[in-house]
Design a protein around this ligand. Sequence first.
Ligand code: GUN
Length: 282
Amino acid sequence: MAQIIDGKKISQQIKDELREQVAELKANGKEIGMAVIQVGSDPASSVYVGNKKKACAYIGIRSESYELPEETTEEELLALIERLNKDERIHGILVQLPVPAHIHEKKVIEAISPKKDVDGFHPQSVGALSIGQKGFVSCTPAGIIQLLKRSGVEIEGKECVVIGRSNIVGKPMAMLLLRENGTVTVTHSKTKNLKEVCKRADILIAAVGRPKMIDASYVKEGAVVIDVGIHRNENNKLCGDVDFDSVEPIASAITPVPGGVGPMTIAMLMHNCVESAVMFDE
Ligand code: GUN
């Protein structure tokens, strides 16, 4: 029987801590602002953006919403970002991805000032993380570190295996685990003997993008298993990259889907926005 790592509860704790901090800042005359930009009306993106705005409202961050039409040009979007970069009332700029195909994602990410890059996607933020300098950290991996720490899981000296090497999750995850003195292996689609490598893990982070791929045959008895995946199965039920029913009996701790990693991403986005206001304003 594994300990179930409750991301809903832990993300709520973080949001409540931030809410207090924001109230204190407000009492001292400081208001925090976040710009949330969506180009087009992809329904999944609209849900994510709505949740981000709701979280801002809960915590006491003023959110400015920019819902731009699908036909918005790259120049128009970059001009808006440029204006927000200069706006002192805005501490975080979030452009919901993906952007429409006629807009270069890379240009958008690089246009956001690293001082307002609350997603942690700017090359400067990524570089800062890899050399241990101050900067924003991608929200999902940052949230996973919080899940581990707040559940009493020690990282130092542990064998940590990350499955997946995306810029948003796998790579920053590896850097963060390394920063916590874990011994880190990053695996991917070309990794040989994936099962054997995963079976070495004390902490296994699954960010593969394939529903229920990681079953008990990948997991060492007593391992901590973190599931980053989120998929809808044929019955419209949510599931992760981990086959929960197979793995739960042998893991020492495991995150569920939903209610594990998912809620942490927004909590850490809020954390980054508050940090931005504290870090870069005098
Ligand atoms: N689209 C899917 N996830 C994310 C995220 O974390 N940030 C942004 N900006 N877009 C996303």
